[in-house]
Each structure stands twice: as C-alpha cells, then as structure tokens.
Design a protein around this ligand. Structure first.
Ligand code: COA
Length: 390
C-alpha cells in the first residue's frame, strides 16, 4: 500500500481480541461483553482481569487479583521524593508520566522481553500489570496532597479500587454512591480498541521496552486535548458558558470561528458514544438522589448537547465519553486538571491488555512514509548560501 491516509483513518494497525465497537450502532464490547452490562454489574478489578486474561474470572481468581492489587498500592518512598521535587504548578498528567516511567528503575527484571522476540512469561506480564494498575491510582491521588504541601493519606487496604482512589483524594470514607459511579467510570474508560494512546503503547511495546515505559508513552499520548485531555476542557468550556440559556449564542460563535467543541465527535462513532449515554444516565441518577440539586453545569451540558446535535449531527458529530465524565468527577471533589489522570488510571488496564497481546505475537512497528521533500542535492558551504533576505 503506498497511499497516505492522514491519521491512518480506516487503516487496521493490529489484529486484536480485546474490544470491539460498531460506530454506526453505538455498540462497544470488551471481550464480547457489552459495556452497558459491565458498567452495571462488574467492578474495575473484574473488568481489568477480563481485559487482561480474556475471560470473566471465577470468584477465587477475582479475590486473588483483588488481593494482589491491594497489596501493590504502596508506592516507594523514592518515587514520592521525586514527586516532591516536581513543580506544584505543573500539569498532573506530566507528573504521572514521570512517576510511572521512574517505577521501571525500581522494578527491573524484564529479561523475558529481551530474551527473544516473543514474551512467553505470563507471570512476568501479569505481575507487572498488577504493579502498574495498582499504583496508578495511588500516584494520581497522592499528587493532590503532595502538590498542596501535605503528606499523602495512609494507604488503606480495606477499600476496593474505586473507593481507595476517592479516599486518597480527600482522606474521607467515600460516599457509596460516588464510589459506585467512580467504579463505573473506570470500567467505561478501561479500553477502547486502537485509539491513539493504545496505539502508542503498542508501538512502544513492539520495541520490547519495559511495561513502565510502554505505559509512560501511552500516558503522554492520552494527555492531548484531542484525546484524554478533552475531559478537562469540557468542564472549563461549561464554566465559560455559565448557564443553559447562553448555550446557543456561545455555540454559534464557536462554530462560526471553526473552534472545537470539547467532548464532541469521534473518529469511529457516527452516533452518540454509548459511554456518554451511560455517564449521562449516572449523572441523572445522582441528581435525583440529591433532590435535583447539582448546580447549573449539568443543565448547561444537556442544553449544549442538544444544540450541538441540531448543528453537528449532519457531520456525524455527537457527544463522546469525555462530555459527561468531568462533571461527575467534579461532583466527587476532583480538580479538573486531574480528570485526564483519572482516565489514564482506568485505561492502564486496556493498555496492558494490548501490551500482553502484542508480546504474544510481536513484530516491531515500522511503517513507511510518502516522501514529499527535496530530491538528493549537493551540500552548500555556508559562505555560498543565500540568506533568506537576500
Ligand atoms: N467540534 C466541532 N466540529 C467538529 C468536532 C468538534 N468537537 N469534531 C469534529 N468536528 C467536525 C470537523 O470540523 C469536521 O468538519 P468539516 O468536515 O466541515 O471540516 C468533521 O466534523 C470531521 O471531523 P474531523 O476533525 O475530520 O474528525 P477526526 O476523526 O479527525 O477527529 C476528534 C476526531 C475526536 C479528534 C474530533 O472529533 C475532535 O477534535 N473532538 C473534540 C476533542 C474531543 O472531545 N476528544 C475526545 C475524543 S474521545
């Protein structure tokens, strides 16, 4: 194939058994299970194991995995020290990438990766996956204390993954409804076929880089506003709009100036992202539970989604997963600049599942290009070059 397709649109980059989506019908499945069922009945721990191993675990397997995750929550003192020297004003996703990359220096032993073209040591792959998934939440939540000059809250092993994440943000016993919503959010963000960050993970993994660097590469790719960084932008955008009645004028101005509407549009979905539908429902349920009292942001979001549908539906642009997730995280007391890191915590499960799949049948990624530059020419000595002005 020599045709260049910008953004590799429609080009299969891998063959995978992990997840599938139908962008015309709005269907997303992990290992064949519908995302709606997983969000309603599973936990992040179970969904992670499903993604990694390919099947729903039995109770003993799940208990064992849960135990391993709880036992691996502690982050080494040295990593915390590194975090203390990072600027408090820096973006949390940059801290997360730094901290995760540094973990590899403490947990070496990647002989299985360098020993041959294929990694058959599933114990190594499993143990590294546990180390990373368990620590992602600790690192993200710890940063909230560290950047504000406090010691992180002590690790609690009596809490499930989502509960522990919420507890580590503010040191309080998590509200059960919010913990359940966080669990659903983690499930919904855990995997999404070959998106940009998963592709980055695959490329890094294909070089047999350590899993910590694979995840660091994926975190860096998730950070941008066209990908995982959009959830922070959505809340900032809704704050800028302020009230539902201002939506239409604001939107018309933005569209006239060809600005992006954050949380809208997706390369693969031509209908509403099924994850956005689930998050919107969770949002409504939470609102009902609170007697309808959740401030104007949710109403503004609903009005914006409706107005966007009128104007952007002909282009197949609808709400995506990032449109409602930030509003929910905000209700949990999580600052907007941490939203993308929450996304990264969840997606680490999917990235690691793809890393494992890649190692099972690895070939280094080395695509080609369509060269559009100068043909071969002679080097010009500096005193013979024309300046731009002359
Ligand atoms: N706001 C306004 N218009 C949008 C839009 C958005 N969020 N997303 C897509 N469009 C429009 C484009 O302007 C383009 O219109 P045109 O054909 O008149 O030029 C058309 O829809 C196709 O968009 P395109 O940019 O080619 O789609 P893509 O597949 O390359 O990009 C995204 C997909 C996700 C990067 C893009 O929709 C986007 O930037 N969304 C906002 C960021 C976001 O929420 N990202 C999270 C994704 S989960």
């Amino acid at each position: 194939m020599s045709e260049y397709l910008p953004g590799l649109e429609g080009v299969p980059a891998t063959q995978s058994n992990i997840s599938d989506l139908d962008g015309n019908k709005g269907i997303l499945t992990y290992r064949g299970y519908r995302i709606e069922d997983l969000a309603a009945h599973s936990t992040f721990e179970e969904t992670s194991l499903l993604l990694l191993d390919g099947r729903l675990p039995g109770q003993d397997q799940l208990d064992q995995f849960d135990h391993e995750l709880r036992a691996n929550r502690v982050v080494k003192y040295n990593v915390r020290e590194i975090m203390k020297y990072l600027p408090a004003t820096g973006h949390p996703i940059e801290m997360l990438q730094t901290a995760v990359a540094s973990l590899g220096m403490f947990y070496q032993g990647d002989e299985c990766l360098t020993g041959g073209a294929m990694c058959q040591d599933l114990n190594y792959v499993h143990n590294m996956s546990v180390k990373i998934i368990a620590r992602m939440a600790t690192i993200v939540a710890m940063w909230e204390q560290v950047r504000n000059g406090y010691d992180p809250y002590p690790i609690r092993k009596d809490l499930g993954y989502a509960e522990s994440l919420l507890y580590m943000f503010n040191g309080e016993d998590p509200d059960p409804s919010l913990a359940r919503i966080m669990d659903a959010c983690l499930i919904l963000h855990a995997e999404h076929t070959i998106n940009a960050s998963t592709f980055a993970a695959l490329v890094a993994g294909s070089t047999l880089a350590s899993p910590f660097l694979v995840i660091a590469a994926a975190i860096g790719t998730l950070a941008g506003p066209l990908h995982g960084g959009a959830n922070q932008r959505v809340v900032e955008m809704l704050e800028e709009i302020g009230r539902p009645e201002k939506v239409k004028t604001w939107l018309d101005e933005k569209l006239a100036s060809k600005s992006k509407i954050w949380g809208m549009g997706h390369r693969e979905y031509k209908v509403k992202d099924p994850r956005a539908t689930i998050l919107q429902k969770l949002m409504r349920e939470l609102m009902q539970e609170r007697g309808g009292n959740m401030g104007p942001m949710f109403e503004t979001a609903l009005a914006l989604e409706e107005a966007c549908e009128e104007r952007l539906a002909p282009k197949g642009v609808y709400a995506n997963v990032d449109f409602y997730s930030g509003i929910l995280y905000r209700e949990m007391g999580i600052p907007p600049d941490q939203f993308t890191s929450i996304f990264a915590i969840a997606r680490s499960a999917g990235w690691l599942a793809h890393w494992r799949e890649q190692l099972g049948d690895n070939r280094i990624f080395r695509p080609t290009q369509v060269y559009a530059g100068e043909s071969v020419r002679d080097y010009i000595p500096i005193d013979k070059r024309c300046t731009q002005a002359g």
